[in-house]
Ligand binder design. Structure first.
Ligand SMILES: NC(=O)C1=CN([C@@H]2O[C@H](COP(=O)(O)OP(=O)(O)OC[C@H]3O[C@@H](n4cnc5c(N)ncnc54)[C@H](O)[C@@H]3O)[C@@H](O)[C@H]2O)C=CC1
Ligand SMILES: O=C([O-])CC(=O)C(=O)O
Length: 317
């Protein structure tokens, strides 16, 4: 009997989505990778190009296009990157209404054709879109998870490296909270090969790293002009896909539904979770000091206020 292979669908074959697909195809993370986009021609061209790259890489991953939504059936993981990116001068929150409508539309297909999948949400504003995906799919909270914390932590690690000039690849930075201007970098939980960051950098240098991390996305938008970052976002997303498909149960910061955790309910925010075959296998509640609690409260509050805007507009009815 032929064993069923792992299937990953990426909805939104733009910069982030296509790069996620490319990384997964090159690394043979799944057997079948499906691209879906409202622009079918672009998706077809990219799928063909990637299929040829997979052959060059001797990867077993088959890349195809779902011209009809029904072709996403049987997906183990669905990555949603459909939506508009921001342009210079915009905040992620400015994408709220346009991307909420797109998310609602594509999640309806996921609910109908891939009801047993795990959704990895990427579109911005990330925490609110993860909430929208959860509510519109009706999936258990463990099967809807947003990508942001791995990216924000990687950015912080890079900025730490730029300050100290050594330890590349050994820096473990920690960021929690929402993926917005109020995100919560945690220098006290960050280390370089186990050496606390607070023993390596001065308070002023740490403040500079924290501020640059908070605006890490905008910095890249400022250079690219026509959209936002995609290499680090795509790699961060592929790490989540792999953790789920390989059932690694490794701990990553991800955006998940809080149900009393850290004292918050009915909201999504970034916290450390173990990812595995069931999606979010475990959520970790870290002991925060007063400053960290205050910053986390502000971040959760920003996400809640956007969810309230959607509720006021009767978006979920
Ligand atoms: N969570 C995070 O850390 C990050 C989130 N993002 C977000 O990811 C999203 C995608 O960014 P990019 O790939 O750079 O944008 P992009 O514009 O390159 O790609 C978006 C794709 O979505 C497609 N699309 C739009 N509506 C659709 C629909 N209804 N059905 C199917 N496909 C649809 C478009 O045709 C396009 O190909 C943006 O919202 C961006 O803000 C980007 C980087 C990091
Ligand atoms: O900055 C943006 O708009 C895209 C994003 O979320 C990021 O790169 O962190």
């Amino acid at each position: 009997m032929v064993k069923k292979g792992k299937k990953v669908t990426v909805i939104g074959a733009g910069n982030v989505g296509a790069t996620v697909a490319f990384i997964c195809a090159m690394n043979g993370v799944c057997h079948h990778l499906v691209l879906r986009d409202r622009n079918i021609e672009i998706a077809k061209g990219k799928a063909l190009d990637m299929s040829q790259a997979a052959n060059a890489a001797r990867s077993h991953t088959i890349v195809s296009v779902a011209e009809d939504a029904s072709e996403i059936a049987g997906s183990d993981v669905v990555v949603i990157t459909a939506g508009s990116p921001r342009l210079p001068g915009m905040s992620r929150d400015d994408l709220l209404m346009i991307n909420a409508e797109i998310t609602k539309e594509v999640v309806a297909d996921v609910k109908k054709y891939a009801p047993d999948s795990i959704i990895i949400m990427v579109s911005n504003p990330l925490d609110v879109m993860t909430y929208v995906a959860l509510k519109e799919s009706g999936f258990p909270k463990e099967r809807v998870v947003g990508m942001a914390g791995i990216l924000d932590s990687a950015r912080m690690a890079h900025f730490i490296y730029e300050k100290i000039g050594y330890g590349a690849g050994q820096i473990r930075a920690s960021v929690m909270g929402g993926h917005g201007d109020d995100m919560v970098p945690l220098p006290k939980f960050s280390t370089v090969a186990g050496v606390p960051l607070t023993d390596i950098l001065s308070e002023k240098e740490i403040c500079e790293v924290v501020e640059r991390t908070k605006h890490g996305g905008a910095e890249i938008v400022g250079y690219l002009k026509t959209g936002s970052a995609y290499y680090a976002p795509a790699k961060s997303t592929a790490i989540m896909v792999e953790a789920i498909l390989k059932d690694t149960k490794q701990i990553h910061p991800c955006a998940v539904y809080l149900d009393g955790h850290y004292g918050y309910s009915d909201v999504v925010s970034g916290v450390p979770v173990a990812l595995g075959a069931n999606g979010v296998e475990k959520l970790f509640e870290m002991t925060l000091n007063d400053d960290q609690k205050e910053r986390f409260a502000k971040s959760v509050g920003s996400v809640k206020s956007m969810i309230d805007v959607l509720k006021e507009k009767k978006f979920f009815d």
